[in-house]
Design a protein. Sequence first.
Length: 296
Amino acid sequence: MAGADVQEIHCKTLLNKIDVPRFPFRWTMNPYRGCRHACTYCYARPTHEFWGMDSGRDFDTRVFAKVNAPEVLRKELKRPSWRREAIAIGTASDPYEPAEAEYEITRKLLHVLRDFQNPASITTKGVLVRRDVDILAELSQVADVHVNFSIGTINEKVWKMMEPGTPNPIARLETMQYLVENGISAGVMMAPLLPGITDDEANIQAVVEAAHEHDAQYLGANVLFLKPGSKEWFMPMLREAYPHLTPGYNRLYHNTYAPKEYTKSVMDTVDRVRRQWDLPDRARVQENMASKGQLQ
């Protein structure tokens, strides 16, 4: 987004341990805080509140670049206790958000991962990852690496409204295909699927078909969840753009997560359509990756 302010910061640690059983990874790292992709529903928005800023406009326009992250990661991977477990990159902000074009922190992190032969996964809505095809290819020769392209819809109206700072979904698919053609494992993560907006079978079919056409090697999905800090930013937009859906969202998101019955029905549709197009399940790909890392 235009007018965004990028502030350089130094971090003391980079790796974060995740003790949530339903997550397919135990370790994450984020080279940036905040994200100019400005996705209205972003679950990471509340992280800015820890810094005394709001989870809305500040998150979109005040980005923090961890300029010493590569050096910190190198120290952390040198520890005798480190077991080369898989690291998920981009769980709290996009590692290929626009600041990466200037700072190249993600690229430098990939060099460190290659040097230590450490498995990793990347989740992004960006297309700048195309730039790093060389180092990703080198990393993939010595460790498992997967690039997950977050694409919840290819509907242009919905995309522009929900993800105003992101590249076009088709451009993301083309970037994914480029990586696959260069020997890098990459696939689609349909996330988040939005109740009443992108959770219908027609939208799911469109995304899965496009993923197949662009050589996705796997596919997964998640249903929208709204954490405090994200919900306050998302709901006003919903009331303005989709007022008829507001009562339903209030029922579904009384808590952070939608009811299990609803989530299961959507995920069942995703699984059925995924199998129609003969695409492997992303969750199993990630589980295999995690188990390999723990065995090393």
